[in-house]
Ligand binder design. Structure first.
Ligand code: FAQ
Length: 316
């Protein structure tokens, strides 16, 4: 029997059968482009995400907190590495991707354009930002593209440690003075809505979702994941003894979910389009770090070249 299916149909059949797509397999251009877009934005988010926290390493209140924060920020650099490597398997060069980031052409998560004003912000970032990231990324562990899905497994394990360290910072502060409790509530007030925005626009305004769901890159929609995050966070806030800054947040007996107020989408797009409170500062810090790291890249390349020459002269 001859197989009359087109390459595209065969590809979709593999996706529907839950087969993983690997780097050397045939794939439609759109699938490759979507993956490069999402994986590179994700990689950029990890390395830009190091900046608001890196700010606090020297000011962590104890040696233990400093060690944990240092480890978390290092993990984020590692996540960037795995993700840039996953993008490279699709033919996207790291230099080109970084160039897009540094020239403001590439997107990264809106959340990292907000300032970390107090130590409680580091707790809130761990609890809410990493919490939102995990909610989104656990689903990505089952993404149809093998190298991305496998990178996500390790990333999720590390993110769950990050979330615990954040929640633990807040639990400790909530056992402290009134000033510390106030600081926690203030941080939660500022991080709650931006955390909900991390999941992206509502499903009806999400141009990429239909194809990404068909290709099983995304398994759950932006709104489904956002709702799960709200449902998970409300009981955690109760244990902590804080409230979320949303008068419309309440449990709906009929749906079995917490309903919440309307997200300020104007603010979301303003931040995504480069005009959030810290966009300029983040980009400038990234570019500076890249420039100051040039000597490390040069040294690594020179060393690799030396090794190559040594190996080839040994063979000869
Ligand atoms: N910020 O059609 P959709 C982390 C863009 S990692 C900026 O719904 P899609 C770890 C979107 O790219 C956090 N832009 O798009 C950490 C698209 O633009 P384009 C990052 C956003 O891709 C924790 C346009 O809007 N996580 O936090 C945002 O189907 C703590 C239309 O949107 C990931 O990247 C946003 N929030 O769904 C580190 C996970 N939302 O390209 C340090 C992987 C949307 O068409 C400290 N990514 N846009 O011009 C995803 O799951 C998806 O890409 C979504 C967006 C869900 C983010």
């Amino acid at each position: 029997m001859t197989n009359t299916l087109s390459l595209e149909d065969r590809f979709q059949q593999r996706i529907d059968n839950e087969e993983k797509i690997e780097a050397k397999d045939w794939m439609p251009d759109g699938y490759r482009k979507t993956l490069i877009r999402q994986i590179s934005q994700h990689a950029h988010s990890e390395i830009v995400g190091m900046l608001p926290e890196g700010n606090w390493i020297t000011r962590a209140p104890s040696l233990k907190r400093k060690l944990a924060l240092l480890a978390k920020v290092q993990d984020e650099a590692g996540h960037g590495l795995y993700l840039y490597s996953a993008a490279e398997t699709l033919g996207a060069g790291r230099d080109e991707l970084l160039h897009q980031l540094h020239t403001g052409k590439a997107k990264y998560s809106s959340i990292f354009n907000y300032p970390t004003l107090t130590w409680a912000d580091i707790g809130a970032v761990g609890w809410l930002v990493d919490g939102a990231a995990i909610m989104n990324q656990v689903a990505l562990c089952r993404a149809s593209y093998g190298p991305y899905a496998r990178a996500m497994v390790r990333i999720c394990k590390e993110e769950s440690f990050h979330q615990r360290q954040g929640y633990d910072i807040l639990l400790t502060m909530m056992k402290g003075t009134d000033a510390q409790k106030k600081m926690v509530q203030d941080a939660v007030n500022r991080w709650w809505w931006p955390s909900l925005m991390m999941f992206g626009p509502s499903d009806i305004d999400s141009p990429n979702s239909a194809e990404s769901m068909k290709w099983k890159i995304k398994r759950l929609s932006n709104d489904e994941l956002r709702q799960r995050f709200v449902d998970m966070s409300v009981p955690q806030a109760e244990i902590l003894g804080v409230t979320f800054p949303d008068p419309e947040l309440k449990y709906n007996e009929v749906t079995g979910h917490y309903q919440f107020g309307v997200i300020d989408w104007e603010e979301f797009w303003r931040v995504v389009n480069g005009n959030g409170p810290c966009n300029e500062e983040r980009l400038a810090a990234r570019v500076q770090a890249h420039e100051e790291g040039a000597w490390v890249r040069d040294a690594a390349l020179a060393y690799a070249e030396k090794q190559k020459q040594r190996n080839s002269s040994q063979v000869a």
